[in-house]
Design a protein around this ligand. Sequence first.
Ligand code: AR6
Length: 175
Amino acid sequence: MRVTAVEGDITEQRVDAVVNAANRGMRGGGGVDGAIHRVGGPEVLEDCVRRFPEGLATGDAGWTTAGGLPARWVVHVVGPDRNAGETDRGLLVSCYVRALEVADELGVRTIALPLVGAGVYGWSAEDSVDAALEGVAAAEARGSGVEEVRIVAFGRAAYDVVRTRVEQGQSRSTT
Ligand code: AR6
C-alpha cells in the first residue's frame, strides 16, 4: 500500500473514495464535512439520510454516494470529540481502520483521507496522522486491496507534519 502526503482540498481528489470527517448525526457540518456536502451536492445528504437514519457511532465508518465529487464514494467516519471529553485515541485509530475496511467492501483502490479529528474536534495533526498510519498498518496486515492512501493536509503547517510522519513510517517499514 502506497501512502502519500498531499497539501490540498479533499473535495478535489481524483480517487475512488474520499473520507469525510463527519459527526454522529451525519447530516453535514463545517470543515471537511461542509466542503464535501457543498461540492457533492444534495445526493450525499439524501444518501446519508436513507442509509444512516440513526447516524453512525463514534469510531465507525459508512459509505454513501459522492454525488458531484470526482470520487465515486464518500466514506464517512466519526472522530472522537476531544473538546467534549472523548479523549480515547483508540477511537481515532478506529475511524481509519473502519474506513479502510469499508473501502475494501467497495473494492476501492485509491482513497483520500483528511486529518480526522484535527479541526473542531481538537486533536493535533500529529495524533491524527499517527492514527491514520496505524489504520494503514492494520489494513496491510489483513491483506487489504487498497493500493494508494493519500493523506490530504489543509495548509502548509499540517502538510509538513503529514509529510514528515509519512516519510518516517516508510523508513521504519523498509528497515
Ligand atoms: N480538505 C482537506 N482538509 C480540510 C478541509 C478540506 N476541504 N477543510 C478542513 N480541513 P474538521 P473534525 C482540515 O473540523 O475535527 C464538522 O462540523 C482541517 O484543517 O473538518 O473531525 C463535522 O460535521 C483539519 O486539519 O473535522 C463535525 O461536527 C481536518 O481537516 C466536526 O466538524 C479536520 O477538521 C468534525 O471535526
